[in-house]
Design a protein around this ligand. Structure first.
Ligand SMILES: [Zn+2]
Length: 476
């Protein structure tokens, strides 16, 4: 068997890993869209590096677009196999993929204007809503901890990854040529102290581990209390200075965490009496879907549900749906909090709001998730005095900051804990994916100290042969 890394290699986006059995059958783990890599992004998304018609099946860890966003493209290019995931992942992927199809159409127009200026032929949109519909017919859902057959001699089981409702680590057992090999793909690993979700479940023992490494060299600061910090920001920006606070947040997962924190403040009668807006139609749909899976929330949230039937809604909160309403909100001048996507501020309606408030020191931009240095969020956090939005240079005068400790990704300790039940001696290799190269080097050293002997940071499209134990013994 071989594994090839067709995305999330030295970067945190475009997750796609391909297992190829000795008889040539190919299976894909995740099929994510590349985002925010500047000019490289379009080319990476237009070339899988493999033939989609040759893929037998896809196993999907969770619904986030950097893991699911190229599924409709895979289907458009001829993939016809089953797509295995949990039920919540399927429901969230449906919302996210239709939204992504709309964005593809819109963005391709912009990309093609640029390509025309360079004398390059136009790109077609990566996919449209009809490709999403076709893809959704291929989804097959399974519960956590339920083994299912992926193909002849290959079975898999989802264990809860605690990163997003429905998120899973994928445990795979391959039997071929009289040998058994076990592969664990972490997907994205959540935190042991998640606001909404239970801690990641213990995965099954593995010979090979494909492990995310987003925060492989970082410790989330747990001295800070998210709710207190959030209240501090709202008091300072909106109450004391009369400004507006813009919170860029991913529509699925992070927005609900922020709403939950605001709801807590509201329940405790500590929430300042101003307007709160969620400007993302996607967030409204995602919140409704996530509520359908309330039984998967952690114990603390179950207790909240006993006294509050809607932990994501509170007096003063409004959802903005249409583009026209969003434009009106840009003109709103009263103190308020605006939660809008995307989380890195690279795309979506939040750019209009940031553009609108950035030049006034009474306002604030509060980032609540991972932002790579190249993203607009990353540039703001890096202290840039001027940033480019919609091709204009905008002076940064508003207060910019980050909510420490709020993340759907586990930190170094969470990742180590995720693999702590593995027998490091028996694990033949750990492949670090979904991280930036410098982070991965530091994390690799840490894992080696814990006894994992062969920690590899694969390059894009790199293929690795997974040898079984007896074959190595034979070679020796
Ligand atoms: Zn994710």
């Amino acid at each position: 068997m071989t594994i090839t890394f067709h995305g999330a290699a030295g970067t945190v986006t475009g997750t796609k890993h391909k297992l190829t059995l000795n008889d040539g059958r190919q299976y894909l783990l995740d099929c994510g869209l590349f985002q925010g890599l500047g000019r490289d992004t379009d080319d990476l998304n237009h070339d899988f590096g493999f033939d989609p018609t040759q893929i037998e099946a896809l196993i999907l860890s969770h619904a986030h677009i950097d893991h699911s966003g190229l599924i409709p493209r895979l289907v458009r290019e001829g993939f016809k196999g089953p797509i295995f995931c949990t039920a919540a992942t399927r429901d969230l992927a449906e919302i996210l993929l239709f939204d992504s199809a709309e964005i593809q159409t819109y963005e391709t127009e912009h990309i093609n204007k640029r390509r025309a200026r360079r004398g390059q032929p136009p790109y077609e949109p990566l996919y449209g809503p009809e490709d999403v519909k076709t893809a959704l017919e291929l989804f097959l859902t399974f519960e956590y901890d339920e083994w299912f057959t992926v193909g002849r001699g290959i079975k898999a089981c989802f264990t809860n990854a605690g990163h997003l409702i429905g998120s899973a680590a994928i445990n795979i057992i391959v039997e071929e040529d009289g040998e058994t090999q076990r592969v664990l793909f972490s997907g994205d690993v959540g935190r042991h102290r998640s606001v909404l979700l239970p801690p990641p479940a213990e995965p099954h023992p593995a010979d090979y581990i494909i492990l995310e490494s987003t925060y492989g060299n970082k410790h989330h600061d747990i001295r800070f209390n998210t709710i207190e910090e959030l209240q501090g920001w709202i008091n300072r920006v909106c109450v004391e200075r009369g400004g507006q606070l813009v919170i860029p947040a991913f529509s699925v997962g992070r927005t609900q965490e922020v709403l939950y924190a605001l709801n807590q403040l509201s329940l405790e009668k500590r929430l300042p009496d101003i307007r709160y807006f969620v400007d993302s139609p996607l967030s409204l749909k995602a919140t409704q879907t996530i509520k359908q899976y309330a039984s998967q929330f952690n114990e603390r949230l179950q207790q909240v549900l006993a006294i509050d039937d809607d932990p994501f809604d509170f007096p003063g909160l409004s959802y903005i749906e249409t583009v026209e309403e969003s434009r009106q909100l840009v003109k709103y001048e009263e103190p308020c909090v605006i939660i809008s996507a995307s989380g890195t501020a690279d795309a979506g309606r939040v750019r209009h709001h940031i553009n609108n408030i950035l030049g006034d020191p009474k306002n604030g931009v509060l980032l609540v998730g991972f932002c790579s240095a190249r993203s607009l969020g990353g540039q703001l956090l890096g202290g840039e005095k001027e940033v480019e939005i919609f091709s204009d240079a905008i002076e940064v005068k508003a207060e910019v900051g980050q909510l420490p400790g709020m993340s759907a990704h586990g930190d170094c300790d969470d990742l180590c804990r995720f693999v702590s039940s593995q027998d490091a001696e028996k694990v033949r290799a750990v492949f670090l994916v979904h991280g930036e190269t410098e982070t991965q080097k530091a994390f690799a050293a840490k894992l080696e100290l814990k006894g994992f002997k062969n920690v590899v940071v694969p390059a894009q499209h790199q293929e690795v042969v997974l040898t079984s134990g007896s074959k190595e013994a034979e070679a020796a």
